[in-house]
Design a protein around this ligand. Structure first.
Ligand SMILES: [Zn+2]
Length: 337
């Protein structure tokens, strides 16, 4: 038995996979958008299962408050403010060096979605917001690229497989963003087991899809605290759906979103392009104004009561405010307008 088949022997023994399925997994290319609790769990499961190429896209860095549920990360990652995509890639290389992991420290937006998802055969949702999910949905429907919606909040987990041209898309089920009317991790907290459950279901659906097995065509939800669960058929697209019916891809067209308030934290993201930052130079420039620290991935600047995290491409996350005007002016003052 070769070393590769030895590694995956228990999975090859499983009738649904077999050695033929294992080979398909080795040739598979899967993107995971967002690597918080759900995304990290997805990455861990698929990397261990032997999915050949995983592209992990995340805009954020590891913090102590992540450690309760984001199983991949440790205290050292938080102390270093390591970008989550980089931390994930490092962890994976320690337990499976036979697969390719492509970390991308970027915010998925209309302007870069094509470059970030190019060459992928399946997209998995590890995000925490509907804005990005609708963007993925528009892209997937337009390109006939399947994707799997995943969400976990409180003790509740919900997931949907979107097979463009066959089953319902996200906009069929949720025509408008439920933003403002639904619970978020910030208001309701989250159990780590809810994120792990949704990741387990979605990772299994991903394996089934890759090996050519039919996949579930329902919106499936499960409340781990009450044990209530529900399944709604998603086998047919909704007549008149904006995305898959009328093919009106408003989220893909939505250029120019320079500021975003992040979910679950008292912070604002400033998304700038074409502003590569020289961390050494910036460190010098900011020294007189507060505490500065940087590594090769992020630069952190503390200026009471704010904390700014800068990425090499000019993107920044400013903590200590939810006012985009305040964040914008801090950025203009210290980084440039
Ligand atoms: Zn639809």
């Amino acid at each position: 038995m070769s070393r590769v088949s030895e590694r995956y022997s228990r999975q090859i023994l499983f009738r649904g996979i077999g050695s033929e399925g294992q080979q398909k997994l080795a040739g598979a290319r899967v993107a995971i958008v967002g690597c918080g609790a759900t995304g990290s769990a997805l990455a861990a499961l698929l990397a261990r299962a032997g999915v050949g190429t995983l592209r992990i896209i995340d805009r954020d860095y590891v913090e102590t408050s992540n450690l309760q549920r984001q199983s991949f990360f440790d205290e050292k990652d938080a102390a270093e403010s390591l970008p989550k995509a980089i931390a994930d890639a490092r962890k994976i290389s320690a337990f499976n060096s036979h697969i390719v992991v492509e970390p991308r420290v970027e915010d998925l937006v209309p302007g870069n979605i094509e470059a970030l998802l190019e060459g992928m055969q399946l997209i998995l949702d590890g995000t925490d917001n509907f804005e990005t999910r609708y963007l993925i949905n528009d892209y997937g429907v337009q390109r006939s690229l399947p994707w799997i919606y995943c969400a976990a909040v409180g003790s509740y987990a919900v997931t949907l497989n979107v097979l463009p041209g066959q089953s319902a898309c996200l906009a069929c089920i949720f025509p408008d963003s439920p933003r403002g009317t639904v619970d978020t991790c910030e208001t309701s907290g989250i159990l780590n087991s809810a994120a792990n459950l949704v990741a387990s279901i979605a990772a299994t659906e991903a394996l089934k899809y890759i090996v050519g097995n039919p996949i579930r065509q329902t919106l499936l939800s499960f409340d781990l605290w009450s044990n209530e669960h529900a399944e709604i058929s998603a086998a047919k697209p909704r007549h008149g759906c904006r995305a898959c019916g009328e093919r009106d891809f408003i989220h893909l067209a939505g250029e120019g979103r320079p500021q975003i308030t992040l979910c679950g934290r008292n912070s604002v993201q400033i998304h700038e392009r074409h502003r590569p930052i020289d961390f050494g130079e910036m460190d010098q420039r900011l020294q007189p104004h507060g505490i500065v620290r940087h590594n090769e991935f992020v630069l952190k600047f503390w200026h009471e009561p704010y904390e700014m995290t800068l990425f090499p491409d000019g993107r920044a996350i400013i903590k200590g405010t939810t006012d985009t005007a305040v964040a914008r002016s801090l950025y203009a003052r210290y980084v440039g307008s």
